[in-house]
Design a protein around this ligand. Structure first.
Ligand SMILES: Nc1ncnc2c1ncn2[C@@H]1O[C@H](COP(=O)(O)OP(=O)(O)OP(=O)(O)O)[C@@H](O)[C@H]1O
Ligand SMILES: [Mg+2]
Length: 265
């Protein structure tokens, strides 16, 4: 396995799960063996995908100490590790138990040979599970909704990363993914411009648009790319995003040099 990436934000509801899920699908479509791990005790990936929420996952393995059962998908290159069920009363305790069981570290070690990428969807906030994941992975993608409050909370995540690095963690910011952007709404556009000004080198050029197809996809319980035989244009946005991510990771496609490819030999 070459890369471990967390999708994180201090603020909730900004699109971490949506971005992690659709990026995982796009990576797998590009042939990279990808494992998407849900570390949110609310089981966000299970809530987003039809047929996943009933499966045991990370929660069960925290309790019984065994490494969890991976869920295969329609794409051979995409595997999932859902959360399973964490009782509402146990949510606070769960992160402590997960830390004590070293489940995330053991999972990354086990994934070493089988995957090119392990992506972690983390819960909102910087405590508990998020911190545990950030201590273990190499990269974090900060997901920011194009709205003032989400923008203002980004420095806190960067501070945490700096502090973790001082204590020996290797996790660094791979980039900032902007979500729910719109060039038509002046307030949202102003936020995007501020984001570009403040974090120019980090912000991915691909901005995920606000689009009601995301709600349709979550209602259907599928990634955007599987919403219909002809996927909506927003699905293609993730091809652009993951191409940028691959560029920053230095992932080579098919072992060949980058550059034009002749159509006719
Ligand atoms: N670009 C978008 N356009 C429209 N709706 C979106 C977009 N991105 C996400 N959503 C919707 O916004 C809601 C929150 O998204 P999501 O669950 O991905 O956020 P989150 O950051 O993972 O939330 P949490 O902090 O609770 O884990 C969902 O209903 C999702 O379908
Ligand atoms: Mg989420």
């Amino acid at each position: 396995m070459r890369h471990t990436i967390a999708f994180s934000s201090l603020k909730g509801g900004v699109g971490k799960t949506t971005t992690a899920l659709n990026s995982a699908y796009a990576f797998a479509r590009r042939g990279l063996r990808t494992l998407l791990v849900d570390t949110d005790p609310q089981g966000a990936i299970g809530l987003s995908l039809d047929g996943v929420s009933e499966r045991p996952g990370l929660a069960a393995s925290v309790h019984d100490g065994e490494l969890p059962e991976i869920v295969k998908t329609r794409l051979a290159e995409l595997h999932l590790l859902p959360m399973g069920t964490v009782e509402a009363m146990d949510v606070d305790r769960f992160a402590q138990e997960a830390r004590a069981s070293e489940v995330v570290k053991r999972l990354v070690e086990r994934a070493q040979d089988d995957y090119d990428l392990v992506l972690f969807d983390t819960p909102a906030g910087l405590g508990g599970m998020t911190r545990l994941v950030l201590e273990t992975v190499d990269h974090v993608i900060a997901v920011v909704q194009c709205e003032p409050l989400a923008l203002r909370s980004l420095p806190r995540l960067l501070e945490l990363l700096a502090q973790l690095r001082e204590t020996g963690s290797s996790c660094s910011l791979l980039g900032v993914a902007s979500n729910m952007g719109s060039f038509r709404d002046p307030v949202i556009l102003a936020c995007l411009e501020e984001l570009w000004q403040l974090y120019r080198d980090h912000v991915f050029e691909t901005s995920i648009p606000r689009d009601s197809v995301f709600l349709e996809a979550s209602r259907a319980g599928v990634p955007l790319g599987l919403l219909s035989r002809r996927p909506p244009p927003a699905a293609a946005v993730f091809d652009g995003l993951v191409a940028e991510i691959e560029g920053r990771l230095g992932v080579e496609q098919g072992g060949s040099d980058d550059g034009p490819i002749r159509l006719v030999d």
